[in-house]
Design a protein around this ligand. Structure first.
Ligand SMILES: Nc1ncnc2c1ncn2[C@@H]1O[C@H](COP(=O)(O)OP(=O)(O)O)[C@@H](O)[C@H]1O
Ligand SMILES: [Mg+2]
Length: 248
């Protein structure tokens, strides 16, 4: 049986790339409203873990449950239904550069819109109000019709967050969302993500290079090293020595 309260549950998950174990025997539960930081050196397995959570990768061994479903047992259609409830934000934003901001924000509807509606919207933008509201929430309402590649990195990450707001998922996964931003912009984006999750009651799982932001913005820290969980605890009980060990 799975834990029906959990948003995510991993049971003895091992994942190989060729013969290389990127993750080994991971057991994990994440509950609604948690803000969980994944930390660890480059290559520790953070991105792989996030890709297992949103069903992009299927585990070599073990089970990944998301929103009460075992992702390995789902039809493609069912999997997409679950994936609609999981929003993902990336370091490199994953926006279409030469489109206006509104189209990138509206891409948050793609799991729900028909192909025809999506195609029409590229010519006559639909749901302008929804997009405008999302952009207001992320602090750049005036950028609705600006070409995306005219925006700064921080603004582009705000567009990616607005897209997730429009998708309105239950849980947000973020893979090093601030790694290409300067410290000031990083803080703004972290504040925005935290506030958004708190006010909208969303769960957050975020991989971070910055221990400082993991500590200040997340309530649980999972330390990964060479594909294994080294610690998994509430932020305030993780000692600096444990963190130093993690990067040793
Ligand atoms: N698509 C892939 N093919 C082969 N090896 C991969 C692939 N993705 C990740 N890896 C390997 O798996 C390990 C974990 O990678 P990753 O999850 O990206 O770590 P992190 O995000 O913590 O830097 C690394 O050794 C990496 O080289
Ligand atoms: Mg990574």
């Amino acid at each position: 049986m799975n834990d029906s309260q959990a948003i995510f549950e991993l049971k003895k998950v091992t994942h190989y790339f060729d013969n290389f174990p990127a993750l080994t025997e991971i057991n994990l539960k994440i509950y609604p409203g948690e803000k969980v930081a994944l930390i660890g050196s480059s290559g520790a397995g953070k991105s792989t873990l996030l890709r297992l959570l949103n069903g992009i990768e299927r585990p070599t061994e073990g089970e990944v449950w998301a929103l009460g479903r075992n992702l390995s047992n789902l039809s493609a259609k069912r999997l997409r239904q679950i994936q609609r409830q999981i929003g993902t934000i990336y370091q490199q934003f994953h926006l279409v550069d030469n489109l206006r901001v509104i189209h990138n924000v509206n891409a948050g509807h793609l799991g729900h819109w028909s192909f025809a509606k999506a195609a029409i919207s590229l010519i006559f933008p639909l749901e302008v109000e929804t997009a405008a509201k999302a952009l207001t929430k992320v602090g750049i309402p005036e950028k609705l019709y600006v070409r995306t590649d005219r925006l700064s990195g921080g603004q582009q990450q705000r567009v990616a967050i607005a897209r997730v707001l429009v998708q309105n998922p239950v849980v947000i996964l973020a893979d090093e969302p601030i790694s290409s931003l300067d410290p000031e912009r990083s803080r703004e984006i972290m504040d925005l993500l935290k506030e958004m999750c708190e006010t909208e009651g969303k769960t957050l799982v975020i991989s971070l290079h910055s221990i400082e932001f993991a500590r200040s913005h997340c309530d649980r820290l999972i330390g990964l090293r060479q594909g294994k969980i080294v610690f998994d605890a509430p932020t305030d009980v993780v000692f600096e020595s444990a963190i130093a060990d993690l990067y040793r």
